[in-house]
Ligand binder design. Structure first.
Ligand code: ME8
Length: 656
């Protein structure tokens, strides 16, 4: 029988270069789902990748003085390392700079244009360069970008538009009628009321103000702008628009597009409209998860309040991080990360509940039965309770996973683990071991415990990628024994007796929480310090790169002359200002006020030659009309120096 397919995607990631645990959330949850479905026998295709075009990335790369592609290659390598570290089992990694994607996007753009769904017009809006977003005037907050609070520019440019408005009714019907399409359900009203019902506007889908993008095939002045390039990755990755569409035929439509809540709008409105325009089937589900916050605050690179997944995995293990992510973020809501809860959860669930269970049971098998799992003899009621829970576990967890409720799924598994620990206390193996009759009973007890451990380890495999294999090894279970797949979960009672256990090392060493918290706080402090420094650096770079290049004719508009300071005095009640009389070769000296009193005394100034901007509009400073500006250089520490010719020249000499 042909396997059922399951196509799951994460968004493509911006190559922003600093990865925090929040960024890992989408890939980890998708990974657990993909692994779960694979173990259920589905033919799974799990797609992730990177979103590499746009002005922002072009600017960052040019600020680093590296060709854009080369810069991104480095960042993408780092991201792939992270996914490897976290055992993300993706089947394909798409980059929007991959040639096949670029070609397919051009074909798609052409097709939409030929169909009349893309047309040329002009766009006028307020543009925020760092966010790469256009805003209408009413969306601005105090005249600034509503997302990042930075300055915006009024921009008008010729653009191509996608006729989103044409699909308004069909999109509304889709969200209203297909209750499965957009999940969780709360998002449906949000989309309907905030975006769809007020009216969908046509969408700007090309830009001419930068060139780091895919060229519009019939108009090379334009590059394809963000969403047509980014969203179509879900089909181009399968070969749509290329030479071989076999994967596309097999896997499309997607079963789940998973993403954070901030980009649901694009996936539940724009993406289906593009697919409608292309006459393609729609994805079955768009799922918007909540955010992972840090100490209840939004994680952000610029705040520095980010937790580095590389550090966490190195210190506490990959499974500890995966466990936290899957366990702590409730269905569709925001989750919170604190170092303390992370460490406590690792100690209580992984080291105590799971780790101790495994080490206690393997130690008892070693002590009482020479390390060989005994064959059970009979069952009593206490056994039945444990057995019933273990047998119910698979259907319950499956139902939760079908609804993407990983926390409840893990809770179900850990309840069985806790039940097994309680079972030890109820059965008191150490007392049973003292009598011959007790030893007979002990066989059943230890078998049941080993079987409960096996079953929980089997079902933990999609969630924790390293611990289950270690447990199987301890129980003497090999991959080819048919004891590690989901089909072995239907019934309690697998043939594991006779296997030789190996207690080996502890699965999770307990952590001294107070001590570790100190270490983590120190790491965080350093991150925050680093972020502050980087922010300063970045602002400087942004200031430099946002200045447009000018032609010589623009430079010629500025008149610069050498001046000689004849007199200089402090400006009253103004600590920073000096007022100088400067000879710039005219009939009278100019009065010029400068903010340099912290660096130069009036005595220092007299007799000095300086460079003066002589055609600057006069401005009043503290009631004095300043008739020009003296040029200075300032370094990043705020230290300041006057600019002067290196040998004395005639006052009024032209600089240029
Ligand atoms: O949005 N908690 O890329 P991206 C949970 N390129 N999830 C988080 C998170 C947090 N603190 N921070 C980030 C993009 N994410 C676009 C997508 S798709 C056609 C284009 C998640 O790198 C975020 O919600 O900003 C998203 O799902 C993923 O990381 C990539 O975000």
């Amino acid at each position: 029988m042909e396997k059922k397919k399951f196509y799951i995607t994460t968004p493509i990631y911006y190559p922003s270069g600093k990865w925090h645990i929040g960024t890992c959330y989408t890939t980890i949850i998708c990974d657990a789902l993909a692994r779960y479905k694979r173990m259920q026998g589905y033919d799974v295709f799990y797609l992730t990748g990177t979103d590499e075009h746009g002005q922002k990335i072009q600017k960052v790369a040019s600020a680093c003085g590296v060709p854009v592609k080369q810069y991104i290659d480095g960042v993408v390598n780092e991201l792939k390392k992270l996914w490897d570290l976290l055992d993300i089992s993706y089947d394909k990694f798409i980059r929007t700079t991959d040639e096949y994607h670029e070609r397919a996007v051009q074909k798609i753009f052409q097709k939409l244009y030929d169909k009349g769904d893309i047309y040329k017009s002009a766009y006028e809006g307020w543009y925020c360069t760092p966010c790469e977003a256009f805003w209408t005037k009413t969306q601005l907050v105090d005249g600034k970008c509503p997302d990042c609070g930075r300055e915006v520019e009024l921009t008008k440019e010729e653009s191509y538009f996608f006729k989103l408005s044409k699909y308004q009714d069909r999109i509304q019907k889709l969200i209203e009628d297909d209750k499965e399409f957009l999940q969780p359900i709360t998002r449906q009203n949000e989309m309907l009321n905030n975006f769809i019902k007020p009216g969908l506007q046509d969408l700007c889908v090309s830009r001419t103000s930068f060139d780091w993008g895919i060229k519009v095939p019939f108009d090379s002045k334009h590059v394809v702008y963000v969403w047509i390039d980014a969203l179509t990755n879900y089909i181009t990755a399968l070969g749509y628009g290329g030479d071989d569409e076999e994967l596309f035929k097999k896997y499309w439509p997607a079963d789940v597009h998973m993403m954070g809540k901030e980009i649901i709008r694009f996936h539940s409105i724009i993406w289906p409209a593009i697919l409608m325009a292309l006459d393609l089937p729609l994805p079955k589900k768009v799922y918007g998860h909540g955010w992972l916050m840090f100490n209840n605050d939004k994680m952000s690179k610029s705040k520095g309040n980010i937790v580095d997944p590389f550090i966490l995995c190195e210190r506490y293990g990959v499974d500890a991080l995966r466990y936290y992510m899957l366990r702590e973020v409730p269905f569709g809501q925001d989750g919170n990360f604190t170092n303390e809860i992370f460490l406590k959860l690792r100690n209580s669930d992984l080291a105590n509940d799971l780790g101790n269970l495994v080490s206690r049971v393997t130690a008892m098998v070693a002590q009482y039965f020479d390390g060989v799992i005994p064959e059970p003899i009979d069952c009593n009621d206490v056994d039945k309770d444990l057995i019933a829970m273990a047998e119910k576990m698979y259907p319950t967890v499956t139902a939760y996973m079908d609804e993407m409720r990983a926390p409840e799924a893990l809770d179900t598994i850990f309840k069985v683990i806790q039940r097994a620990n309680k079972y030890i206390d109820e059965c008191t193996p150490w007392i049973l071991a003292k009598s011959e009759e007790g030893r007979q009973r002990l066989k059943t007890v230890l078998y049941n415990l080993c079987e409960a451990i096996r079953m929980t380890s089997v079902i933990l495999q999609p969630f924790l990628t390293q611990t289950p294999a270690k447990i199987f090894e301890k129980l003497g279970i090999k991959a080819d024994m048919g004891l590690t797949g989901f089909d072995s979960l239907q019934k309690f009672g697998a043939k594991i007796y006779g296997l030789k256990v190996d207690k080996g090392e502890q699965l999770f060493q307990r952590i001294d929480i107070a001590k570790e918290l100190k270490v983590m706080d120190e790491i965080l402090e350093q991150e925050i310090k680093k972020a502050k420094e980087q922010k300063k650096e970045k602002e400087k770079v942004e200031n430099v790169v946002t200045l447009q290049q000018i032609g010589i004719e623009d430079f010629a508009k500025i008149e610069l002359k050498v001046g000689t300071v004849l007199e200089c005095k402090k400006v009253e009640k103004a600590d920073k200002l000096l007022c100088s009389q400067i000879d710039v070769g005219e009939s009278n000296p100019r009065t010029i006020v400068s903010g340099i009193a912290k660096y130069y005394t009036p005595e220092d100034m007299v007799g000095k030659q300086v460079i003066v901007v002589t055609n600057l509009k006069p401005a009043k400073l503290r009631g004095i009309e300043s008739q020009g500006m003296v040029l200075c250089a300032e370094d990043e520490n705020g230290d300041l120096a006057l600019i002067a010719p290196i040998k004395s020249v005639k006052s009024g000499s032209i600089v240029g």
